[in-house]
Structures are given as C-alpha cells and as structure tokens.
Ligand binder design. Structure first.
Ligand code: HEC
Ligand code: HEC
Length: 486
C-alpha cells in the first residue's frame, strides 16, 4: 500500500508539468530551465545542503521504513572487512587477495576515486582489470555466446589485486608514468594533457601472459544508480545507431553482457564499459573481486584466487554456516544494493543562471548531447518505488562509443572493443571538488579538470572536441559552468 501512494504522488506531479517526449531532443528555449530540469533525479532528488556529504543522501521520496534499510546498507558499504578467522565472524573473510577492505575505501564519500598522488599513495581507488585474447575455438565461442565478458589471465584472473592478507602474496603493484602533451586552443590558451602508461611491478605469481590486456579503472561516483537501472531498455536501444545511419558521426552501441543472476544476455549499464547489467551484479562482483568477500553469485571464500594461486585458495576463509556458507549472504548483499541504488542525485545549482543557460545552448549546439543524452522517464516499478516513473536528467545514453586512440585501453569487454567506453553520466559531476576534494575525471582519473576531460575526447567525439577548442574564452567558460551545474 505504501508503495502505491508514493508512485501515485510522483505520477501526479509529473502529469501536471507539460508533457515531455521520452526521447530527448534539443530544447529550443534557452531563456529558462526546462520543466523538471532542476531535479535531475525526479522526486528522488535531494535538496539538502551542498557539502562534502552531498552524494551520501537517500532518495528524497523514500519512506521512513525503507530509510532504516538504507542506513543498514550504508553500514555494510562502510564496513572494514578483516581476515578470517577473527573474533568478529560477521565481518571476516577479507581476501586472501584484495584491492581494498571496504566499498567506501574506493567510492570515497560515495563519490569517485582518484589516481595515486605520488609514489607513497597506495592507489586503492584505481585498479587494473586484466584479460587475454581468446586462443582457441572454445574461448572464442564463449565470448560469442556472451558466456564470458573476457577471458581471464590464466594466473592472475580478471583483476590485479595489489593487497593480500598476512601470510599471502599480493599479485603485484600498479605503476603509472605520465607524459605531458601540450594542446593549444584557438584563442591561444595553453593546456597540458597527461597521458598515462601503466605497468605492473613485483608480480607475485610469475610473469603475466605476454598478450595480457590491461585496463585501468577508477571508482566512479555512486549517485543515481537505481535510476539508471530503471531507464527502459527500449529508450536506450532507440538511441543506438551502430551503423551511423543518421550520419551524425555518432554510432552508440549497446553492450550485451551475460547476467549470472538471470542466466541470460542483458543490456550492460554499469562500469566504464557497461560490463555489468545491474547494480546487484556489479556490487556482488565488487565484493568478490575487490574485497575478496564471497556472495551468492560468487560463493568461493577465496575470492578471485585462481587454481594457479594455490596457497591463496587454501588459506582460511570466512564462509560460515551462520551466514549460509558465505562471507556476505543474500541479506547483506540486498541491503548494500538497496543503498547503492538509492544514493540521491543532488538538486541542480544555478540552472537558471544566464551563463549556465548559455553553456547549455553550447552543449546542445556542439553536439555533446548526442552521447550525453539529457533525459528519460524511468519505467513504472512497484518494487522500486523511489525509482518508479521519474523524469530524470542523467546526461548519458549508457551506450558504447569509440573515443579514439588517446583514451583506448585495447581491452575488449563483452561487446565493447578496445577503444569504446560507456558515455559517462554527467549528473552531479560539478560537485566532485566539494565531495572528493579533487577534480580528476575519466575512467582512470587522468584529466585534471573538466576541460582536460573534454579535450581527451576523440574518435566519434572528435568534432565536438575540435568545436570546444575553437570556442572563445567566454563561451568555453559558459560551457564549463553548465557542466559544473549538473
Ligand atoms: C578497489 C576499489 C573498489 C572497491 C573496494 C569497490 N569498488 Fe565499486 N567500483 C570500482 C571501480 C573501479 C568501478 C568501475 C568498474 C568497471 O569499470 O568495471 C566500480 C563500479 C561500481 C558500481 C557501478 C557504478 C557505475 O556508475 O557504473 C557499483 C554499483 C559499485 N562499484 C558498487 C560497489 C560496492 C557495493 C562495493 C563494495 C562491495 C564496491 N563497489 C567496492 C572500484 C571499487
Ligand atoms: C561520442 C560520444 C560523446 C560525445 C559527443 C561527448 N562525450 Fe563526453 N564522454 C563520452 C564517453 C564515452 C566518456 C567516458 C570516457 C572515459 O572515461 O574514458 C565521456 C566522458 C566525459 C566527461 C568525464 C566524465 C567523468 O565521469 O569523468 C565529461 C566532463 C564529458 N564527457 C563532457 C562532454 C562534453 C562537454 C562534450 C561536448 C563537448 C562531450 N562530453 C561529448 C562520450 C561522449
């Protein structure tokens, strides 16, 4: 009953506003914000004070009862796991291999991570995904059938864990070197982009297969994820244009990935290459791969240890009868997923400011919105009342785009090739400096500000990047003001 009421209120609210098409098109009136635009997460948007906790609020339309689950989920998201056996059985089972001891350690303040600041910083919020190209028909077939997104490196698996519990060897250490690349804008402004090169040092279990593909990934911000999951698949597929039939230079391809939960191929939505179909699968993958905690979809107490990492497989683990022979059982996972789906998107700041509106016009005229699609109406879903039937403004099509050689990682994932990335949602991005105290953007945090992030766009987005380079300083500042206001 409670759910019904919430759904109806939000429906009424939106039927009072002018009817908006589901498929976004460019707004023609830039003299004031569009209806609903100031609330990017619809009725789930929070209007609380903007401070370093701005990404940690719950959906504003959440009932009091569900708020309790949100708080419990938060506690598990922050929980620092310890190695087994320990006196606190409920929180043991870390590793043996891991990248961090809690979700929050990477998704700092529910916001994004950062690359290491110098050699002493131990890099936890950026890690390397690993895989190898298929070598035989069986492997090729598994990729074609989407039974696997990638072929794991035979010894190290799909991710380099740079920590291990006492008595165990970590897999290795990521090393980054940056090269500065000067870029001059049309008005003479000089910018420098830093191009990273990644390598692995101190390998714990012998050499990597020589053809190993490495993809750096920074922990993304956590807001609005339930709403992204609730965008109707048809609305996203309607935006796909793999052959670029409309000749706008933008293709946009869905990533079709295997869902372990549902036992079928589904549209990928989460991760920098849209390699995971749901918040649940991404989160369970994180428990196992990032922290070494077993969960229903990944029940091994040894996390991502491979058969070649024998000591690691044999180490004591925290699977216990009390928790369904897992380290984090269904109940724990459900709470964390509920939390992750309900971190609210903050209300827009200054959406009606003339400079922001001028920047919005540029964003549309230059063609940024071709990939960073502004708005959708989420599907009706009585099980997820906070996300049901909301007009939302995430600025993404969740599709894959070729962004050129500069950003390419050369590591395919599902249907994504080595140059493709999922269009990053832009909502909330302007609050990164307040929430996380830095402005490092893109999949590996290489960009040291929004302008650098835009100047890294190539491939399909090269015309847009070139258009930004040609802007006057005033127009450029206005475009950035708009992105900062999201
Ligand atoms: C070691 C760092 C690290 C830890 C620990 C970590 N994450 Fe993540 N998280 C990431 C990275 C990196 C990505 C992007 C993954 C990719 O591109 O494949 C990500 C992505 C996600 C996403 C998808 C977000 C999006 O916009 O697509 C969710 C949901 C998520 N993590 C939940 C969790 C949960 C829940 C936990 C704890 C169980 C957790 N993460 C622990 C680094 C981490
Ligand atoms: C062809 C599709 C496409 C176009 C056009 C495009 N983008 Fe992007 N954008 C992406 C993708 C894909 C990413 C993620 C790239 C990565 O992380 O390597 C991204 C990332 C970003 C980011 C960083 C997001 C983050 O979370 O770190 C910003 C900011 C951004 N785009 C702004 C713009 C602006 C402004 C324009 C117009 C000048 C634009 N984009 C045009 C696809 C596009």
């Amino acid at each position: 009953m409670r759910f019904q009421v919430i759904v109806n209120i939000s429906l009424i609210a939106w039927t009072l506003t002018p009817v908006l098409a589901d498929t976004p098109s460019s707004p023609l009136d830039y003299s004031r914000p569009e209806a609903g635009e100031e609330f990017p997460g619809g009725a789930a948007t929070h209007s609380k004070k903007i401070n370093k906790d701005a990404f940690s609020n719950s959906s504003a339309n959440m009932s009091f009862e569900r708020e309790i689950d949100f708080k419990l989920g938060n506690a598990f998201f922050k929980r620092v796991w310890v190695s087994a056996p320990s006196s606190t059985q409920a929180a043991d089972g870390l590793g043996p291999l891991y990248n961090a001891r809690s979700c929050q350690r990477c998704h700092l303040k529910d916001g994004r991570g950062h690359p290491p600041n110098g050699p002493k910083d131990n890099a936890v919020s950026l890690f390397l995904r690993l895989s190898v190209p298929p070598r035989d028909d069986n492997e090729r077939q598994q990729l074609r059938d989407h039974k696997l997104n990638v072929i794991p490196e035979p010894v190290y698996g799909t991710q380099l864990q740079d920590f291990a519990i006492p008595g165990q060897r970590a897999e290795g250490r990521m090393q980054i070197e940056y090269e500065e690349i000067p870029v001059t804008l049309a008005d003479g402004a000089a910018i420098s982009l830093r191009k990273p090169r990644y390598s692995v040092q101190d390998l714990g279990y012998g050499p990597l297969r020589p053809d190993t593909q490495i993809s750096p990934r920074i922990a993304p911000q956590m807001i609005g994820l339930g709403l992204l999951e609730a965008i109707p698949e048809e609305a996203l597929l309607a935006l796909a244009d793999p052959e670029d039939r409309d000749h706008d230079g933008l293709s946009g391809r869905p990533n079709w990935v295997w869902s372990q939960e549902h036992g079928r191929v589904m549209l990928g939505r989460f991760g920098w290459k849209a390699g995971a179909p749901s918040v649940n699968e991404q989160s369970q993958g994180a428990f196992s791969g990032d922290i070494g905690i077993s969960v229903p979809l990944h029940p091994s107490g040894a996390g991502e240890c491979t058969p070649q990492e024998k000591e690691c497989l044999d180490a004591p683990n925290g699977n216990s009868e009390q928790y369904d022979n897992l380290e984090a059982n269904e109940d724990v996972v459900k709470l964390v997923v509920f939390y992750a789906k309900n971190l609210a998107v903050p209300k827009r700041r200054d959406a009606g400011d003339p400079a922001v509106l001028a920047g919005k016009r540029l964003f549309h005229e230059i063609g940024c919105a071709g990939c960073h699609q502004p708005r959708y109406t989420t599907r009706q879903d009585p099980d997820n009342p906070e996300q049901s039937a909301q007009l939302i403004w995430p600025y993404t099509d969740l599709l894959l785009h070729d962004l050129g050689e500069g950003l390419a990682d050369g590591r395919p994932e599902g249907e994504a090739d080595g140059r493709e990335w999922r269009t990053a949602p832009l909502w909330g991005i302007g609050l990164t400096p307040i929430v996380n105290g830095h402005s490092y953007y893109l999949h590996d945090g290489r960009a040291r500000g929004l302008l650098e992030a835009i100047l890294w766009h190539g491939g399909e987005a090269e015309p847009q990047r070139e258009a930004v380079k040609r802007l006057s300083k005033q127009d450029r500042d206005q475009l950035l003001r708009f992105v900062e206001s999201l």
